[in-house]
Design a protein around this ligand. Structure first.
Ligand code: IMP
Length: 429
């Protein structure tokens, strides 16, 4: 029985929602292992659209869904998302959702700090989702976070709040912000405890048991490899590790349990927020891709930056994430273009290089070296077999495979789940 990790291979928004939904139907357990409600996954099932941010996609299919220890959980966002789903007829119960007792909580003070930093006149603006993700992870690493299990022991909570506020109130003073009252924070946490605790579980043990029973486990990544805190375009990244290795650390299931890594890859490139983007097209091509591809953020509604496919970046993420195959999405957005460019290498200070350097300055300076391929006039939308695709589109896909060093396992040709060309089922690795 294969267990599959799904990760984004670019800067997020690669169209993971549809693929994860298709796979979650075949899975027994669906696990989130990093990030929080900064993610935005849209699932379209029988024409109905479900927008998920924090909950694993499995909840929509009634599968056992798990929020692992690597996730940062905003209890208010959790409750609000469950209520939104309930209004759509999907009930999330303690039988279908388990939240790791050792997951870190996002508190209001994290959200405020995220927003304060982003709106400050000085300092590096990252363009975050302002959900408090970064500040919550900082507290986790700083060993002062409040975790899910702390809600179960309200007696020991005041001491934990004091430790946390010793840090935050000093910081807030420096920023000219009012201090947080420990009692107010205690009340905030006590008020959500009853809503969260029924879902709490020892997730690593649950997953170990499921694996031994032969369950199929799907690990659902959020964001993309280039937003990874170590391997992405630092500091313009998110605060978690987004690559496939995190599936293990962020859930407590050892890496030997992972059989297949599927990298979701868009046929062109987009990014939200600040930071380097070598193939960005601030011109009519970028507008064309953005309009055709409906490139607006699910979480923040922000317009996404758009550009040509960057094979250098995806080749790199195939390597760091250990991607076995890719699901190529949104090929139809390229329909009708006379010619299509693919970045195959960079020029840095007069030299040709084959990877994205780690330095921020060099990342800003690299210039893409393109190959130009002829486009196609026919529509690829809704294609369900290779024979439905124009010859030039097949050539484009084959060239992408060659350049990134990974095969196309799945090709998605519209948001509808059946509009998919399946080469290999990742669960049958
Ligand atoms: P944060 O995760 O809110 O701290 O934001 C850090 C960076 O990651 C910003 O550039 C965000 O736009 C980006 N980001 C976070 N979540 C997503 C996502 O789900 N899709 C695309 N970009 C994201």
């Amino acid at each position: 029985m294969a267990n599959v990790v799904v990760v984004g291979s670019q800067w997020g928004d690669e169209g993971k929602g549809k693929i994860v939904d298709w796979l979650s139907e075949q899975a027994d357990v669906v696990v989130r292992f990093q990030g929080g409600h900064n993610a935005g996954h849209t699932l379209v099932i029988d024409g109905v659209s479900y927008k998920l941010s924090l909950l694993p996609s499995g909840v929509v299919r009634g599968k056992l869904s798990v929020i692992g220890n690597g996730v940062v959980v905003d209890p208010h966002a959790l409750v609000a998302e469950m209520e939104r789903l309930s209004a759509q007829g999907i009930d999330v119960t303690p039988d279908t959702l388990k939240i790791a007792d050792n997951a870190t909580l996002i508190l209001s003070l994290h959200r405020e700090l995220d927003a304060l930093r982003e709106s400050a006149a000085s300092g590096t603006k990252i363009g975050t989702t302002k959900r408090g993700i970064g500040p919550a992870y900082e507290d986790k690493v700083g060993r002062r976070a409040i975790r899910v299990m702390d809600l179960a022991n309200l007696k020991t909570l005041p001491a934990k709040i004091d430790r946390l506020l010793a840090h935050h109130n000093a910081l807030r003073k420096g920023l000219g912000e009012p201090e947080v009252d420990p009692k107010a924070l205690y009340d905030e946490l006590a008020s959500v405890a009853d809503r969260v605790l029924p879902f709490m579980d020892t997730v690593w043990a649950l997953l170990d048991k499921k694996r031994r029973e032969g369950s199929r486990i799907l690990f659902e990544g959020a964001q993309g490899a280039l937003l990874d805190n170590d391997h992405g375009t630092y500091p313009f990244v998110t605060s978690s590790n987004t690559i496939a290795g995190q599936a293990s650390t962020g859930s407590g299931l050892g890496p030997g349990a992972i059989d297949h890594v599927l990298g979701i890859t868009k046929a062109y490139t987009t990014r939200v927020g600040e930071g380097p983007f070598p193939t960005e097209q601030i011109n009519e091509i970028g507008e064309f891709l953005g309009t055709r591809g409906h490139e607006f953020g699910v979480v923040t509604g922000r317009k996404r930056r758009c550009g040509w496919f960057d094979a250098v970046l995806v080749r790199q993420t195939v390597s760091v994430s250990g991607i076995n195959g890719i699901a190529l999405t949104k090929l139809d957005v390229l329909d009708g273009l006379d010619e299509i460019k693919i970045c195959v290498a960079y020029e840095l200070d007069g030299e040709r290089i084959e990877h994205l350097p780690a330095s921020q300055g060099a990342q800003m300076r690299v210039k893409p070296i393109y190959e130009t391929l002829p486009g196609w006039k026919e529509s690829t939308q809704g294609a369900r077999s290779w024979a439905d695709l124009p010859a030039q589109a097949v050539k484009y896909v084959r060239h992408v495979e060659e350049l990134i060093g990974a095969p196309v396992t799945l090709l998605s040709t519209s948001p509808e789940r059946d509009d998919t060309i399946l080469v290999q089922n990742p669960f049958q690795d």
